[in-house]
Design a protein around this ligand. Structure first.
Ligand SMILES: Nc1ncnc2c1ncn2[C@@H]1O[C@H](COP(=O)(O)OP(=O)(O)OP(=O)(O)O)[C@@H](O)[C@H]1O
Ligand SMILES: [Mg+2]
Length: 375
């Protein structure tokens, strides 16, 4: 996966900025709040359609403007032909997408042209944050691995919103509870929800052994990493769809009264958890900040390796201000894992804050106030 150039128009604090990438590693240097993370966010948006920081396009479009644009020229393989990806965002919320100038009505068709793995300080939330951040991580990986997942996710969220609206209305006494009406929503929730859960659980089964190997290598010890999908009701990866549906219905039935009382849906993939444990201790309670960072690094390397093996090309690696936080040994692991094979974009406030090796075969840009110059 190669990113040849990026054009940002009225995106975040950029007005009209083109960047041409000519080396396996690009280092973007700048003070705080100059636009480093914004640039990586733009690349991640093309790869996943999602921002890791905000959910509303209004925040992505430059303040006071109606329309923002991210355009990229990329190439899937060294022999591949260049593809132009264009994402237009509106403060009003509607997006449009095109590939080589041809409008794409479906998100699904846009995905898969550029793949990327982001590693930022926000990723420490994978260990320390709420279940939401771990679910969101799984979703982001799945969107790239199996683009159809973005549709499944949208379908589920739509059913969930409507079912929640009904429950809220029942709670407020505006609507009477009718079992038959609720059963229709239950069926849709169970059908759409099971699809997400099976894919998430399958993903973890593939990621875990890779992450465990990286984790053991980097920590250099006897630490045993376990990653488990913890749904609100039990099912085994090999259960048939019917069996999962049954368990899902049964779990909903158990919550009928409390759901009406709380006015919201309490069972389903939007409530599931991913448990990270090291030597049988929950990772958030295990060890120092450095050890937690090691875990996140192992998860990110696993994500990279899995994407590469499925897609057949290494994804881009976006390192947002994290190198300086890794000690030299961990930086070496990362360097060895990516070599010059993985195109990497690195942001930092100080060039001197990480190993000089990163600058070999690299190009360096300075960013100040939404303007980028090559130095
Ligand atoms: N929609 C927007 N319109 C205009 N400016 C924006 C918009 N969204 C963010 N900004 C500006 O972008 C800047 C932040 O950029 P960014 O997050 O890329 O900083 P950074 O260089 O990564 O800094 P740090 O080193 O602190 O992480 C802030 O000045 C913020 O006000
Ligand atoms: Mg930043």
């Amino acid at each position: 996966m190669y990113l040849k150039s990026l054009l940002l128009k009225q995106f975040r604090n950029y007005i009209d900025q083109e960047v041409t990438f000519t080396a396996p590693k690009t280092v973007i240097v700048g003070n705080n709040a100059q636009g480093k993370s914004n640039l990586l966010e733009a690349v991640l948006l093309l790869a996943t359609m999602r921002s890791h920081r905000v959910s509303k396009d209004r925040d992505l479009v430059r303040n006071g403007e109606a329309l923002g644009e991210i355009k990229a020229i990329c190439q899937r393989s060294p022999e591949g032909y260049p593809i132009e990806l264009l994402m237009r965002m509106r403060a009003s919320g509607r997006r449009s997408l095109s590939i080589n100038g041809v409008n794409q009505a479906r998100h699904l068709d846009f995905l898969g042209n550029l793949n990327a793995v982001m590693f930022s300080s926000l990723d420490l939330d994978l260990v320390r944050g709420s279940p939401e951040s771990r679910r969101s991580w799984l979703d982001t990986v799945l969107i790239q691995l199996e683009p159809i997942y973005i549709n499944l996710l949208q379908q589920y969220n739509q059913v969930l919103r409507q079912r929640n609206a009904l429950l809220k209305s029942i709670k407020q006494g505006k609507t009477q509870y009718e079992p038959q009406q609720m059963a229709l929503w239950d069926t849709q929730l169970v059908t759409a929800g099971t699809r997400l859960m099976r894919r998430r659980s399958r993903l973890l089964n593939r990621l875990t052994p890779i992450a465990r190997t990286w984790h053991q290598q980097i920590s250099g010890g006897d630490e045993y990493l376990e990653i488990t999908y913890v749904p609100k009701f039990e099912f085994a990866p090999l259960d048939s769809i019917e069996e999962i549906h049954q368990a899902f219905f049964a779990a909903l039935l158990q919550k009928t009264i409390i759901e009406q009382h709380q006015g919201t849906t309490l069972v389903g993939p939007h409530r599931d958890e991913v448990a990270l444990t090291i030597n049988d201790t929950p990772a958030r309670e295990y060890g120092s900040q450095g050890q937690q960072r090691t875990l996140v690094l192992a998860l990110k390397l696993a994500e990279l390796e899995l994407l590469e093996s499925v897609i057949g090309e290494p994804p881009l690696l976006l390192l947002d201000d994290v190198l300086a936080e890794l000690d030299l040994q961990r930086q070496d692991h990362l360097l060895n894992a990516i070599g010059d094979r993985v195109q990497t974009i690195i942001t930092t406030t100080h060039l001197g804050s990480f190993e000089a090796q990163w600058l070999n075969s690299g190009q360096i840009f300075q960013v100040a106030n939404g303007k980028i110059i090559q130095s």
